[in-house]
Design a protein around this ligand. Structure first.
Ligand code: NAD
Length: 253
């Protein structure tokens, strides 16, 4: 039996990387999936791939920093598929800079996409899920939301914010009697366009990242997608306000 059969999901930033793998896996496991992303061409390609594999998906153009665009994306989801059961707030950007080298403008850009985007996505999802009788929201934090890094001041702050915001939203939903669960996922380094961009295809820089993971290699998008699938499905019905670390032992050291 498919693990999320009959459910409707929206995944932000799903045109590439972890979001794309998540959209593909949710569709394979029976969900109808809306891919929300800035990148229309990549997003349409992801939809075509899901449909070619026998799944159901649609693309909506979405900038996660834009409240009006979020409302339109949810409206479109409800119009297409009639309900919302799963929301994965995955869109995010990487940014390297210390407390001294990060400008206020860059700081705000990172918070706006990585933190405001998750706040808005959670807010609109709760509203839609209340009407659907419940749901599961999964927010992408990072190992960088659990530990500090001298060169990731803005990114650490945004991902740490996602972690505690998730717990706040989970408690609010539980105490309000909504059947809506909210959890965060904390990946180690996963080989995606984001990490390829960080290492600029430099083999030595990539090896440096590999060495941080006791398991001896970087993760793949599907390693995270399977964790998200568990949190999105009813298999995790007693799990809310929790943080799922998937990092090859990075933070166990
Ligand atoms: P990626 O760069 O490969 O893909 C991100 C997608 O988000 C892209 O399709 C991009 O167009 C989209 N996006 C960016 N800004 C957007 C916006 N404002 N509105 C809508 N869409 C937007 O990234 P990834 O590596 O797959 O990362 C996905 C998430 O996982 C991010 O939140 C990231 O911080 C987190 N994460 C990634 C890693 C990793 O090692 N790759 C580790 C920990 C956490």
């Amino acid at each position: 039996m498919a693990r999320v059969a009959g459910k409707v999901a929206i995944v932000s930033g799903a045109a590439n990387g972890i979001g794309k793998a998540t959209a593909q896996l949710l569709a394979k496991e029976g969900a109808k999936v809306v891919i929300g992303d800035l990148k229309e061409e990549d997003g349409q390609k992801a939809v075509a791939e899901i449909k070619a594999a026998g799944g159901e998906a649609a693309f909506v153009k979405l900038n996660v920093t834009d409240e009006v665009a979020w409302k339109a994306a949810i409206e479109q989801t409800l119009k297409l598929y009639g309900r919302l059961d799963i929301a994965v707030n995955n869109a995010g950007i990487a940014y390297s800079g210390s407390v001294e080298s990060t400008s206020l403008e860059d700081w705000r850009r990172v918070q706006s996409i990585n933190l405001d985007g998750v706040f808005l996505g959670t807010q609109v999802a709760i509203e839609a899920m209340k009407k659907s009788g419940g749901g599961s929201i999964v927010n992408l934090s990072s190992i960088e939301g659990l530990i500090g890094d001298p060169m990731l001041a803005a990114y650490n702050a945004s991902k740490g914010g996602v972690r505690l915001f998730t717990k706040s939203a989970a408690l609010h939903c539980a105490k309000s009697g909504y059947k809506i669960r909210v959890n965060s996922v904390h990946p180690g380094y996963i080989w995606t366009p984001m990490v390829a961009g960080l290492t600029k295809e430099d083999a030595a820089a990539r090896q440096k990242l590999v060495d941080l993971h006791p398991i001896g290699h970087l993760g793949e998008p599907n390693d995270i997608a399977y964790g998200i699938l568990y949190l999105a499905s009813d298999e995790s019905k007693f799990v809310t306000g929790s943080e799922l670390v998937i990092d090859g032992g990075y933070t166990a050291q």
